[in-house]
Design a protein around this ligand. Structure first.
Ligand code: SF4
Length: 216
């Protein structure tokens, strides 16, 4: 399986040479943590529009923690689910102020202790902001493609991540997320994967399992 995984990565790297890191815009680790929280159930493009204005106003964890909740909600309204996200951001930033001197912890343990921060977000922040790669960020694209490609049969994100870490070389853990997202968006989407035109169709066990694909 390792050999197959390496082949998949090689093909995806050739197809998407620029997809090696997050497309969210950020300057500081705090920016990236906030942007990653905001990106849930939204698109990076939309979040970049929101943060272009947001990051000019909020520079520190204290800025987020102590601004009136309604104001923060208003400032992130177009990210979707803005009430829940504002609550998370304020809770997390309050802990950063109280326990971490306002800094984002540069460890998996520290990040995942923050309420609402799961391994997916922690992997993104650690890998992109600190150059620390401890795992593989598993989002919906990574879940779907990993199953279709036969890399896992698990449904739970953490278990999928463990399966992937077994077969993916460590130096590819960070880019894997972005390569699979790119391919998931462009070709292997949830409802209508375009197996006919997919560069992985010779090695993917799910190739042509979808009725709309004509080639068999
Ligand atoms: S062959 Fe089809 S199912 Fe497999 S990765 Fe490509 S588009 Fe997805």
């Amino acid at each position: 399986m390792r050999g197959k995984a390496e082949k998949v990565i090689k093909l995806l790297e050739a197809e998407y040479p620029d997809e090696v890191k997050t497309s969210l815009h950020w300057n500081t680790s705090l920016d990236l943590l906030v942007a990653t929280i905001l990106s849930a159930q939204s698109t990076d493009k939309q979040i970049n529009k929101v943060t272009e204005v947001l990051f000019k106003k909020y520079h520190t964890a204290a800025d987020y923690a102590y601004t009136p909740r309604e104001q923060l909600e208003e400032d992130i309204r177009s990210s979707g689910f803005y009430k829940r996200k504002a609550k998370y951001i304020q809770e997390i930033c309050s802990i950063l102020v109280e326990e971490y001197d306002g800094e984002v912890p540069a460890s998996m343990e520290g990040l995942t202790k923050l309420k609402g921060v799961a391994r997916k977000t922690a992997n993104i922040v650690l890998g992109n902001a600190f150059g620390i790669v401890e795992g593989i960020a598993v989002d919906t694209h990574v879940m779907r493609l990993s199953k279709r490609l036969g890399f896992t049969e698990q449904k739970n994100r953490d278990k999928i991540e463990r399966d992937l870490m077994e077969i993916i070389p460590r130096d590819k853990w960070l880019p894997l997320n972005y390569l699979l997202i790119a391919h998931g968006r462009k070709v292997c989407n949830a409802r209508k994967p375009d197996c006919d035109h997919c560069i992985l169709n010779k090695i993917c066990p799910a190739a042509f399992a979808f009725p709309h694909n004509k080639s068999q």
